[in-house]
Design a protein around this ligand. Structure first.
Ligand SMILES: [Zn+2]
Length: 328
């Protein structure tokens, strides 16, 4: 059924189309088709990052930021950040929409719905999105970049949610859901209701990690295997191969930005915030560039021994215990 757009709805679409044109976006076509959203694999639908993210406060007790920052990157892409005053990890989470489906990647570092009401926040985004796009009964897929506790702490908040598919927190469940039979080398095409992602294996930080490339926004999501911070590598050879796999992906598909899970660097090259920091007033952007990926590729060929290696935009903690630190 194709609902007849109201007059007001049509004029809103007109404004949206004009705005989209102003910002060089190519969403006009998708926004005037109310019965099915169109996610053209050949287009790059841009989005915006915030000037700064919420980044904790000097006194965590006096923090007045929301528990979860919700940032609308574009009409069908949301980036969420956990408040550092609740957990110093300040983890980023992603909510991608397709037709009849939404994909939530990661559920933060805090279980308590009182402290960290992630389920309520996600429900609110989905309800508003459904209203804006005239649809109902969106299925939520609850998935993870990798299987570390700072990325699935609020997973339990979703287990009794209607219209929800829980991918699971074992390696086997992750492989089965994405359809890997040759992890990590394989590239899997994943269809989120008409929105195509390319998914590949990126172990090295953790042995079930995945990376996703979104053909609609050209975002390459690298999780915890490459971000502006301390890259803790449990398996150097696996990470080296994963970095090459990401570089190959960027050779085969156009990349707008690399996006990920944490910010631990300051805006000063090579300088990170100490582990456990709950106030980061001088954060660089979260998104990264292909130049930074190239630096990681170089690092992967230069480094031969366990240890801590500093680069401008990330530090490599190669096969050293998590407690090791360069903090003074
Ligand atoms: Zn993490």
């Amino acid at each position: 059924m194709t609902p007849e757009p109201t007059k007001q709805w049509k004029s809103l679409l007109g404004i949206a189309a004009i705005t989209a044109t102003l910002f060089g976006m190519e969403t006009a076509t998708s926004m005037v088709v109310p019965d099915d959203l169109v996610f053209d694999v050949n287009s790059r639908v841009e989005g915006v990052f915030p000037e700064t993210w919420i980044h904790g406060s000097k006194s965590a007790m006096d923090n007045t930021d929301p528990a979860v920052q919700v940032h609308r990157y574009n009409a069908h892409t949301y980036i969420l950040r956990e408040n550092k005053a609740i957990n110093y990890e300040g983890a980023f989470m992603y909510l991608f929409f397709g037709n009849q489906k939404a994909l939530l990647i990661d559920q933060g570092s805090t279980s308590s719905p009182a402290l960290f009401p992630l389920r309520d926040v996600v429900d609110g985004i989905i309800t508003a999105w459904e209203k804006a796009h005239q649809r109902t009964n969106t299925q939520l897929i609850v998935a993870n970049s990798h299987l570390h506790g700072d990325h699935y702490a609020a997973w339990n908040q979703f287990v009794d949610r209607p219209d929800t598919l829980m991918v699971g927190l074992t390696h086997e469940e992750v492989m089965a859901y994405w359809g890997f039979d040759d992890y990590p080398e394989q590239r899997v095409t994943y269809d989120l209701g008409g929105r195509q992602f390319i998914v590949t294996g990126t172990p090295g930080h953790q042995s079930s990690e995945i990376a996703l490339y979104d053909t609609w926004t050209d975002l390459l999501y690298t999780g915890d295997m490459l971000y502006r911070g301390r890259l803790y590598l449990e398996d150097w050879q696996a990470w080296k191969a994963s970095i090459k796999r990401l570089r190959d992906m960027a050779d085969d598909y156009p990349v707008a930005h690399l996006v990920n899970n944490h910010i631990e660097m300051t805006a000063t090259p090579t300088i990170d915030y100490p582990i456990g920091t709950t106030w980061q007033p001088d954060e660089p952007p979260m998104q990264m560039t292909l130049d930074m990926l190239n630096t990681a590729v170089s690092a992967s060929t230069e480094i031969e021994r366990p240890g801590i290696y500093k680069y401008d935009h990330f530090l490599i903690y190669n096969e050293v215990p998590w407690a090791y630190t360069t903090d003074p």
